[in-house]
Ligand binder design. Structure first.
Ligand code: ADP
Length: 350
């Protein structure tokens, strides 16, 4: 039973000699030498562990959170968090002593930190537009303000813009939450990439025109299709193209390009631009929620900071993945791999 536990178990006698160490404990602390028969202090030098043992030998059971630097298989030490339970050995035991149970809660702690940071980020992102809307409302409520038509119009304009931003943020948060909880409600079907690309380019036509950017499509073979939820696929293309237009257009001849190629059972979908690119040190992070390369500049460019996180989640929800290639000054190429639609399906439908 002890060998099957996911917790590390250690028992010592009153002389602080180790009576038992289960396999999980040896794994947890990368114990190479046998611990049984040796002094506890040879194996555990941490004062927190000793304190728990002393308390238990004194008849007091306890559970305490502790942090220990633990040697990994690569020989490096990293801090790990445990809930350490210590209790006197039962009166019926052959010898007086203490039993310790180490429960590794490192992953749990990490999740808690991520959640806390997420809540702090969301609050911050929501507060900015809310503060602006409230400021303008207060201006309009001032005596006589409503008689100033120019002021009313500009305030309403700002309030409208920021209420749209709030709406986009809430929509993106709901999308992420659904995708993260595996309730993406995906309804995969066969989607022709040429049609999806055309739909999204049409939606972004005003932005393309505004930026004076060329939108190119290069799908080979032309009838290439994926097995994906059509709505989510459009969202992937939209987010990547929208990013390319907001962050990736610079210079005299801005260009955005949708490419698709078959790679065995997969289709690699690429959205490329010829803009400033993304520094290597930021590339792994752009998929994180609210991560922006240039904090203020990127936020001013509009967008919720969640676009790429949504792209990644949609790719994962389809069993695929997302990737990025970029060299500073030479544009960015964002890739998403989605399952290719089977040929058989093509024949069935035609
Ligand atoms: P945002 O709403 O800020 O666009 P995203 O999650 O879509 O959030 O993107 C994260 C960050 O990655 C952006 O803020 C921007 O700094 C960077 N980024 C995304 N796409 C590009 C691109 N095509 N070229 C350069 N930087 C980009």
């Amino acid at each position: 039973i002890l060998e099957s536990l996911t917790e590390g178990v250690l028992a010592v006698d009153a002389a602080r000699t180790v009576l038992l160490a289960n396999g999980r404990l040896k794994e947890m602390f990368d114990l190479r030498a046998p611990a049984v028969g040796r002094s506890l202090h040879e194996t555990f030098r941490a004062p927190e562990v000793r304190a728990a043992v002393e308390a238990a030998l004194g008849g007091e059971a306890s559970v305490r959170p502790i942090t220990l630097d633990v040697r990994g298989a690569d020989g490096r030490y990293t801090p790990k968090h445990f809930d350490l339970a210590a209790a006197p050995l039962a009166a019926a035991a052959a010898t007086p002593g203490a039993v310790l149970v180490f429960h590794d809660v490192t992953a749990l702690r990490r999740l808690e930190t991520v959640r806390r940071e997420f809540v702090a980020n969301v609050s911050h992102e929501l507060r900015t537009p809310l503060t602006l809307v409230r400021g303008h409302l207060e201006t309009l409520l001032d005596e006589g303000a409503l008689d100033d038509r120019a002021l009313v119009e500009s305030s309403l304009g700002v309030m409208h813009k920021h209420s749209l931003r709030l709406g986009a943020l809430v929509d993106d948060l709901l999308t992420i939450s659904r995708l993260e909880h595996g309730r993406g409600g995906l309804e995969p079907g066969r989607v022709l990439l040429g049609e999806a690309a055309a739909r999204v380019l049409e939606r972004l036509e005003p932005a393309l025109r505004e930026k004076g950017a060329d939108g190119e499509v290069d799908i080979a073979p032309a009838g290439l299709a994926v097995r994906a939820d059509p709505h989510r696929l459009d969202q992937v293309l939209f987010n990547l193209l929208d990013n390319a237009l907001r962050h990736g257009v610079a210079g005299t001849a801005p260009r955005v390009r949708i490419e698709a190629r078959r790679e065995e059972d997969w289709v690699r979908l690429t959205v490329a631009d010829n803009g400033p690119g993304i520094p290597a040190s930021d590339q792994a992070h752009v998929w994180e929620r609210f991560y922006r390369v240039h904090k203020d500049r990127s936020r001013d460019a509009g967008g919720t900071g969640l676009g790429l996180s949504i792209v990644k989640h949609i790719a994962l929800a389809h069993g695929g993945r997302a990737g990025l290639e970029s060299e500073l000054g030479h544009g960015a190429r964002f890739h998403v791999w989605l399952p290719a639609a089977e040929e058989a399906e093509v024949r069935n439908e035609t």
